[in-house]
Write a protein that binds this ligand. Structure first.
Ligand code: AMP
Ligand code: ZN
Length: 112
């Protein structure tokens, strides 16, 4: 998807501060962090939203959550924890239509 900002980051056509990568998933810093640690965990395959996900997408989305676990452990957060958030659709606050998991940590991450 050439007009997708996250696909361009995955293809290294746009810059991002990448913190984790495996064959299926990339995690990079959010450019407008809302917590001391704020990463976005994205599948390398373009899936627009949880609202359009299909059965075939289940494994790669599960891989995003495994990546969150790996990031949490690498950052020493396995005890204290972190917040994972997936915004879905306009009323859910989704702005970028390449599905992503917000990884928020570094102190108590409050809010709904
Ligand atoms: P959402 O509202 O759930 O769609 O979240 C989109 C997130 O992507 C926001 O927190 C933005 O700050 C972040 N974002 C948008 N463009 C970029 C980019 N080029 N690099 C890193 N983060 C981005
Ligand atoms: Zn994309």
């Amino acid at each position: 998807m050439r007009d997708c900002v996250f696909c361009r980051i995955i293809a290294r056509e746009s810059h991002a501060d990448v913190e984790y990568e495996d064959d299926a998933v990339l995690a990079f810093k959010d450019i407008y962090p809302k917590a001391p640690i704020h990463l976005l965990i994205v599948p390398k395959r373009h899936i627009p939203s949880i609202m359009t996900m299909e059965g075939a997408d289940a494994e790669i989305l599960g891989r995003c959550f495994l990546a969150a676990r790996a990031v949490g452990e690498a950052k020493g957060l396995a005890e204290r924890g972190y917040r994972l958030r997936v915004n879905c659709g306009p009323d859910g606050g989704q702005v970028v239509y390449h599905v992503h998991v917000h990884f928020l940590a570094g102190g108590r991450v409050s809010g709904a």
